[in-house]
Design a binder for this molecule. Sequence first.
Ligand SMILES: NC(=O)c1ccc[n+]([C@@H]2O[C@H](COP(=O)([O-])OP(=O)(O)OC[C@H]3O[C@@H](n4cnc5c(N)ncnc54)[C@H](OP(=O)(O)O)[C@@H]3O)[C@@H](O)[C@H]2O)c1
Length: 351
Amino acid sequence: MTTRAPKLRVVQWTTGKTGTAAVRGLVGHPALELVGCYAYSPDKVGQDVGTLAGIEPIGIIATDDIDALLALRPDCVSYMPFRPNFDHIERILESGVNIVTTMYMLAGSGYGEDVHQRIAAACERGRSSLYTSGVYPGHVAMTALAASAMCTRIDRVSLLESLDMSGYANEKMFRAMSIGLQPDDPAAPGMIEANCGSFKEQIRVLGHALAVDIEEIRFTAEFAAANQDTDFGFMKLEKGQIAGFKGIIAGICGGRSVIECRFVWKVGHDMTPNWPTEEGYVIQIEGDPGVQVRLQPLAGAHFAAGGPTAMAAVNAIPQVVVAPPGIVNHADLPFVTGRHLLTRTSPNVVG
Ligand SMILES: NC(=O)c1ccc[n+]([C@@H]2O[C@H](COP(=O)([O-])OP(=O)(O)OC[C@H]3O[C@@H](n4cnc5c(N)ncnc54)[C@H](OP(=O)(O)O)[C@@H]3O)[C@@H](O)[C@H]2O)c1
């Protein structure tokens, strides 16, 4: 028989796209209990967290009072704002409260060595841990590590995200990633690379887990041009403008590419070249034996909906709470699973 420990107390930090999915994942979770919620937006302060997450009211009120949230004595904060606030992170960790987050740049020195040291020191003072996950970067890397255990020799590990992103409908993000520029615009590759810090971090985390020293990380990209003018509703693209790109972020060891994060991102499918998409993730381990793992949503499901990103962090909470102090990565934790989820009931989505 499986005995169940008392539920771990969790404070959710913000209710945006990912945070909303985390609240829905926490309410009714057999091993976790949502006890409080931080709101960044003033208009969310004072509102019921269930209502903010699009489910029935749950009697927990969102607040921006950090002392009150820490006084709830949570075991963990599920930290999912749009941007990090290092003062908040330091305060949470040094008070002895662990953090799981979908901000993968926090896994290493993505925000600079000073920030990394500051967070590690706060963990040490509070005897607390911080774990970063998500889907990509995140659980796709952990899945690759699980698959790697079947090999006698590994030549290269590559992770591919391959999607038509138009359903994401985020013009600001797409334009920041070069969509809409001319394919020969010299700024285009740099714009994508500037947004790839978390994937570089994922390569370093995998390198650490597989015991290779990543000497250098290289970036290459190629572009696809729209075949005609198209109005996507959330943005317009003209014929000839960048409508998709294919990129490789390569971790180099011994002069060769050993760990690669690849992506094919397209806005629609009417472009040249018109690369096929996998609508999900493909992990390939070249070696003996070569191994391929595909992570794809079943019909009707959608990985971009925020749930998988949030739950890869939330479901790690039991392991993170008992982890040694410090910033812990995939290789430092027992494999994160959907333990207990076979017995749960999800809250009803309203509206
Ligand atoms: N690893 C992965 O697979 C993956 C995938 C997707 C996202 N992410 C990461 O997860 C985090 C959350 O993403 P998201 O798409 O859920 O974000 P989001 O919906 O855009 O924003 C999340 C929340 O951040 C707060 N916020 C808004 N503006 C802010 C600002 N200027 N500074 C700080 N906080 C602000 C708001 O909190 P209130 O709700 O309280 O107002 C907002 O709802 C991001 O860091 C993102 O990069 C990771």
